[in-house]
Design a protein around this ligand. Structure first.
Ligand code: BGC
Length: 934
């Protein structure tokens, strides 16, 4: 099966529900072959709390034979039922949308009868084409609701153990960290009669795993998601009918510290802690006769902290003593006489919300590629990839032997681990054997960012299969892939993907290895747009926006780090302002105004708060500058050279002006025309003030003329029209001269570099920068054996105090440039959510071919071009239902053929106009082969 085409993609959206469905279509004279349609979701969403979920579907493009073009969907009908039997009979007892003619016929917002807690719903959809012919019904898909009101939790209490005796890790200063032993909680209960369904909802803070009758519930790890705990915690829901049995049953929960019991209190900075771990749970059992019974967390449970996980800390690792395993503890009949009654603890915060995002899972396993023995008794395994997760250890030996696993990103010249850049994080797991056979261990309540693992204390020499890496992150649907003729660029792309994956930890983290791992806002301001090319992050980023709103102080201030485990309320524009930048990307890619409407109040509160700092219509609030520009000395973290530093007020003013323009658009969508007018007027004033203060007309540059100080006004449209070309020319001179066509910017400038160069006619220069093999560049990192992206351009030489090997902030706008420019697959901002697709490939000189696909709201789009004999052949496919505006860089329409005919005469192709540097066509669904003479 060709996985690119044979699968039905279902867009996962909005934290509102990610609901699979698919549709088969019959079109025109040609009958589309019905496909065996497979749902991309590994499981239907369980326990969402969106009362108006959005339903999405994509039509199967594989079904279309290449000669069928221009199939449009013009209308849809959705049925939602309370029972599969009803749906089979085409009865939508909850919602029958009827035939809805729509300009976006591939999604609908649920508008049926109120959805109820605990209920399972199934649904299907059909569409009509432009001739008014209906498709077949899609296969059924389903979802279940979580708990919509606090009353649904009945009398479930928060339970745990108050005592917080620290168990210091080996060599630890007791003043910081206090990694508690994991708690185990249990209770037994009887089940009588035939069960129709059983569903459990629970929240175990900081981290938890649930077992019923000895079997783990669900397959997620590091659950539940991180949140601003004093405002909100997240529960998870699972259908557990098959785990219960007639008679005696047992439920058992592990509780780890996570971030609830902070991994650090003072190092490297003050870290919030919320208290000892705690659990709230409700198990709902419905009998065949309709009888209902609830098992809840209450005083009847028992707890112990004397089990095998002696200490657990996300930064330091886990200490597991297998001799202390409590065999059978989550099964009925276990003797818990030595356990204590639980204590009832206060609730963590104001709200308990459903998990509307994908869970974190073990996504793949990797075997080591090498094993070395740099010192006696020390074995270093190379996993071949800087990744995030942990190791599965296999060991056989005498009881009481302790094996130590230390993790690191790189090695020292002597082959030992390099750990200086991990700062105070120990990243070390300890496993003490119980003896008597092969033992297999994986930690539960920690994770590491690593490529190398050092084993010590192993009984004998570890075999190659003693260790296996488990790759762990949010299980997001892939949304794109890219390849081109430049191998270095392909490696850079792969490095970006690995870095991005590893930093998904229910929030986007800055890094996965050192004692930090925080959701730094500034790192993702534009980064999230790049990630949207690789993964469906709609629900993920909407959840993070909620985290931001939860951190917001009453006066509007937002922490630079969300959730605010490090409460950094600095009121700087470029980090906190991310709250107002992300919604625009989400709307563009996923086409739902509700991203904006729901978060408008929080964005507005932040903007209004920041307006208090405005002075002379300029915004002086900036904390970090153009963070991490390539420094003059390879050992430095931050440059000390004033000529490399971009004025903070320039950055703050440019970004705030841009945010005001976005806010003005948001205000219209949110139905606040007064705000819209006010923000536009303010932006105009700021634009004038920006140019007045910073623009040097004669030199066509801004302030001290750093690259970033020119990139921002070009990117945000602040530069006066009459001088744009001159400003751009000066920027290019600087890049080519001073930087020798290498990167010369930090976190801020790099968000604009690639697209500004391309938009102004120099994609060739962007390509040179993107493919430079030497310092400073992404290629330099790859050539220095990096398999992710570094925190610093000079990550191989700089001080270890701030030198992670897996940061995504310097990716900037590289990924959108690969997909939206080189492959040319874009959303049209005027019709968000790919209602109209824009195809505008850049056939840049220096590449022989580019191939990419994107899974979009319209379905899968592919674009591939290659250059041969003075012409470019561009093969593109548009999914059924899609319409695309195509821009081809040809001097005149006669230079463009499609399937050997003049393009304008080809079926399904319509010439729209001849623009200055492109011929513009419209195409509908189908597969096309354009030939463009150069
Ligand atoms: C983090 C960055 C962050 C920065 C801002 C660093 O320590 O790792 O990703 O944006 O601090 O100060």
């Amino acid at each position: 099966m060709n996985s690119l085409w044979a699968r039905i993609t279902v867009a996962s959206l909005l934290g509102l529900a990610s609901l699979p469905a698919s549709a088969q279509t019959e079109t025109g004279q040609t009958k589309i072959q019905p496909q065996r349609l497979e749902c991309e979701f590994r499981a239907s969403p369980q326990g969402i709390d969106a009362t108006q979920p959005r339903l999405n579907w994509v039509l199967d493009s594989t079904a279309a034979s290449t000669d069928v073009r221009g199939v449009k969907a013009t209308a849809y009908q959705v049925l939602v039922s309370s029972a599969p039997e009803l749906l089979k009979e085409d009865q939508g007892d909850l919602w029958d949308s009827g035939k809805v003619r729509s300009s976006h016929p591939l999604r609908a917002i649920y508008a049926g009868r109120p959805l109820r807690s605990w209920q399972a719903y199934c649904w299907k959809v059909r569409v009509w084409d432009q001739e008014g012919r209906p498709s077949l019904w899609s296969p059924a898909a389903s979802w279940t609701m979580g708990l919509l009101s606090d009353h649904d939790w009945k009398n479930a209490k928060w339970i745990g153990m108050k005592a917080v005796e620290p168990t210091p890790a080996a060599g630890e200063k007791p003043s910081d960290g206090h990694p508690l032993a994991a708690r185990q909680l249990r209770r037994e209960f009887d089940v009588r009669g035939q069960i129709r369904s059983a569903t459990v909802a629970f929240c175990g803070l900081g981290l938890s795993e649930l077992y019923i009758n000895g079997v783990k519930v669900g397959d997620e790890v590091l659950s539940p998601p991180l949140t601003e705990y004093n405002k909100r915690a997240i529960y998870v829901v699972h259908e557990v009918t098959s785990l219960l049995r007639d008679g005696r049953n047992a439920v058992g929960a592990w509780l780890g510290n996570g971030r609830y019991w902070a991994p650090r209190h003072k190092v490297p900075t003050s870290t919030r802690t919320f208290g000892p771990p705690k659990l709230r749970l409700i198990l709902r059992i419905e009998n065949q006769d309709g009888g209902l019974r609830y098992i809840v967390s209450d005083e009847s449970w028992k707890v112990t902290d004397q089990g095998p996980i002696r200490a657990n800390n996300e930064y330091d690792g886990e200490q597991y003593d297998a001799r202390l395993e409590l065999t059978g503890w989550a099964e009925p009949g276990y003797d818990d006489g030595a356990w204590k009654p639980v204590e009832v603890l206060p609730p963590p915060g104001e709200k308990l919300s459903a998990r509307n995002i994908a869970p974190i899972r073990v996504i793949e396993h990797r075997r080591p590629i090498a094993k070395k023995n740099p010192k006696e008794g020390v074995y270093v395994f190379d996993m071949g990839q800087n990744l995030v997760g942990w190791c599965r250890l296999r060991v056989h030996g005498p009881a009481g032997t302790t094996v130590q696993l230390r993790h690191a990103e790189t090695l020292q010249p002597d082959g030992m681990l390099y750990v200086a850049n991990l700062r105070s994080a120990r990243c070390t797991d300890h496993y003490t054997l119980k003896g008597g056979g092969i033992e297999v261990y994986e930690p539960r309540f920690t994770y590491h960012g690593f490529r190398y693992v050092e084993i010590t204390g192993y009984p004998g020499e570890p075999a190659a299969d003693a260790l296996e890496a488990c790759v762990v992150h949010d299980d997001l649907e892939p949304a794109g892939d890219f390849q081109c003729s430049n191998e270095l660029l392909n490696r850079i792309h792969a490095n970006c993907r690995w870095g991005i994956r590893g930093n998904y930890r229910s929030i986007p983290t800055d890094c996965p290895q050192r004692d930090e791992r925080q959701g730094w806002l500034g790192d993702r301001a534009a980064g999230c747009h790049g990630e949207m090319q690789l993964f469906n992050v709609a629900a993920f980023y909407e959840k993070w926006l909620t985290d931001m709103a939860d951190t917001q102080r009453p006066e509007g201030s937002v922490s630079d780090v969300c959730p605010s485990y490090w409460p950094l309320y600095n009121d700087n524009v470029t980090w906190a302002g991310t709250i107002a930048l992300i919604p625009a990307w989400l709307r563009e890619q996923y086409g739902d105004n509700r991203f904006i409407v729901r978060h408008y109040a929080a964005m507005r509160a932040w903007v209004e708060h920041m307006l208090g700092y405005l002075a002379h219509d300029r915004m002086p609030r900036d904390s970090y500058g153009d963070w991490c520009v390539p420094p003059e000395d390879p050992h430095l973290i931050h440059s000390k050279d004033p000529a490399r530093k971009t004025n903070g007020e320039l950055i703050g003013t440019a970004y705030f002006e841009h945010i005001l323009r976005l806010m003005s658009q948001y205000a219209v969508l949110a139905g606040k025309p007064g705000d819209a007018a006010r923000y536009t007027a303010l932006a105009e004033r700021m634009k004038a003030a920006f140019n007045k203060r910073f623009f040097d007309d004669a030199a066509a540059r801004y302030d001290n003329g750093t690259q970033t100080s020119s990139l921002l006004p070009l990117s945000f449209g602040l530069a006066p029209q009459r001088r744009r070309d001159a400003v751009f020319a000066a920027l290019v001179a600087k890049i080519e001269g001073q930087s020798k066509s290498h990167v010369g910017v930090g976190l801020i400038g790099v968000q604009h570099l690639m697209h500004v160069l391309s938009d102004h006619g120099r994609p060739d220069l962007a390509l040179r920068i993107a493919t430079q093999p030497d310092y400073p560049s992404w290629g330099y990192m790859a050539n220095k054996d990096a398999t992710t992206i570094w925190e610093l351009w000079n990550g191989d030489t700089a001080d270890p105090a701030m030198n992670s090997g897996n940061h995504v902030m310097l990716i900037g706008d590289l990924l959108p440039w690969l997909y939206e420019y080189l492959a040319g697959i874009r959303a049209d901002p005027a019709t968000p959510g790919y209602d109209r697709i824009v195809l505008k490939p850049v056939f840049v000189r220096g590449l022989d071919f580019v191939r990419a696909w994107r899974e979009t709201m319209a379905g899968r789009i592919t674009s591939q071009w290659s250059r041969k004999d003075g012409a470019v052949v561009w093969n593109v496919s548009v999914p059924i239902g899609g319409v695309a505006t195509v821009y081809l860089s040809a001097k005149e329409p006669s230079k463009v053929l499609e399937s050997d005919k003049p393009a304008a005469e080809a079926p399904g192709v319509r010439l729209l106009r001849q623009a200055k540097d492109a011929v513009v066509y419209e195409i509908g669904s189908g597969t096309y082969s354009f030939h463009i003479a150069e």
